[in-house]
Design a protein around this ligand. Structure first.
Ligand code: 1CP
Length: 357
């Protein structure tokens, strides 16, 4: 039931599908955001962050802002991973300087109440799909549009902790003490995430990314159950419905579990954090998986030669692989715009040595 593909695949989609493209496509995590004055101006008009995400005209505009300035090869939908708990009927709010706050989910009754919501939860995010369609209509054909969701584990951490975590005691204890009930919560999130990503793709997303920001807090013996297995279920469902749409997985901090993640989830591309040496990734990760990453975001605040040298090192390390240039995590609000411009230029000017175009 996928939308008909009438456009040529973009550079981004070709690389995500495993092609060693003539130059590396690039986009930056959190490329829409507070480091851009035009973002801050529009954001100031809507104090409620969820309301801002569910405002298709404004959300589409901030998705496009970084593309106009820097010419990335990928635009990432402006939304948030916490829209899925919101759609499941949970109270979610964002407090300035505090971060997200959610009603906590810690008991069997809490989880069962959410389970009753999955059938209609995707409909509650209808404004997001309208944003996708607007952005796809406004983007140049050559720029890919990336839809996204949080992975079930990462979204569950916010739901169980009631917000952002520091030591994540509550969610780790819940998963160990009552894996049956915690597994039900993960099942609810798997189904909601499949429905949400499916609708983004139908609306016009060319690729989707699963953000597993907190994969790195899982103990090794829990990683398969709460990270790999739910990811594989989502990838299989999306692939069955949309076989040509690449899925990117970003298991931040996964460490040595990256090998199993890349090999067993079925993802097309793996997002790498800055803790992974590019030379190791080039040799160790399966060749059928495209790489995405992984410049240390702090270098974007430093700029100059340290930033450019690290970027060149990534480009050199991955010259024999299919890859997408990105950061190891999101751009921070204090990044000077001229550094984003300088980094964008050196990536755009790079050519794969055996495929000069
Ligand atoms: O007032 C503001 O402008 C709030 C800042 C902000 C922004 C710009 C939040 C609150 N969310 C977003 C947008 C967003 N979130 C995007 C689209 C923009 C883009 O990337 O260009 C995306 C992809 C996300 C995804 C997201 N939200 C993640 C996964 C990526 C990551 O950074 O690890 C996570 C963990 C969130 C939760 C979240 N939303 C917002 C904040 C401050 C947080 C983090 C809370 C914490 O510290 O745990």
């Amino acid at each position: 039931m996928g939308s008909p593909v009438t456009r040529e695949p973009s550079l981004l989609v070709r690389a995500l599908r495993g092609e060693k493209t003539e130059r590396a496509p690039f986009w930056f995590m959190r490329q829409a955001g507070r480091y851009l004055p035009e973002y801050r101006a529009l954001r100031a008009e809507v104090p409620d962050f969820i309301g801002f995400c569910l405002d298709p005209a404004r959300a589409a505009e901030v998705t496009l802002q970084p593309i106009r300035r820097f010419g990335m090869d990928g635009a990432i939908l402006f939304a948030d991973i916490l829209l899925v708990p919101y759609a499941l009927g949970l109270e979610v709010s964002f407090k300035e300087g505090v971060g997200p706050q959610l009603a906590v989910v810690r008991t069997r009754a809490d989880v069962e109440q959410l389970a009753g919501q999955t059938a209609t939860s995707a409909d509650r995010l209808a404004p997001v799909y309208e944003t996708v369609t607007r952005v796809r209509g406004a983007l140049p054909d050559a720029c890919g549009l990336i839809g996204f969701a949080g992975s079930p584990w990462t979204v569950a951490t916010y739901m169980v902790e009631g917000g952002g975590g520091h030591d994540f005691i509550e969610v780790r204890r819940f998963a160990r003490r009552d894996p049956g009930t915690f597994g039900l919560l993960i099942d609810v999130l798997v189904e909601a995430t499949i429905a949400y990503l499916d609708r983004q793709i139908v609306a016009g997303a060319d690729a989707v990314q699963l953000f597993d920001t907190w994969a790195g807090i899982l103990a090794a013996d829990e990683f398969d159950r709460w990270c790999i297995a739910p990811t594989r279920r989502i990838v299989e469902a999306i692939r069955a419905r949309h076989p040509t749409v690449p899925v990117i997985g970003f298991p931040r901090g996964a460490g040595t579990s990256l090998l199993r993640y890349a090999g067993e989830t079925g993802i097309d591309a793996v997002g790498l954090d800055a803790g992974v040496a590019p030379s190791w990734a080039a040799l160790a990760l399966p060749g059928r998986v495209a790489l995405q990453g992984n410049l240390d975001p702090i270098l974007m605040t430093v700029g100059g030669e340290p930033m450019l040298a690290a970027a060149r090192a990534i480009l050199a390390a991955w010259r024999d692989r299919a890859f997408v240039f990105n950061l190891g995590h999101g751009i921070t609000p204090d990044v000077p715009i001229e550094n984003v411009a300088a980094l964008s230029r050196i990536i755009q000017d790079w050519r794969r040595p055996d495929r000069p175009a």
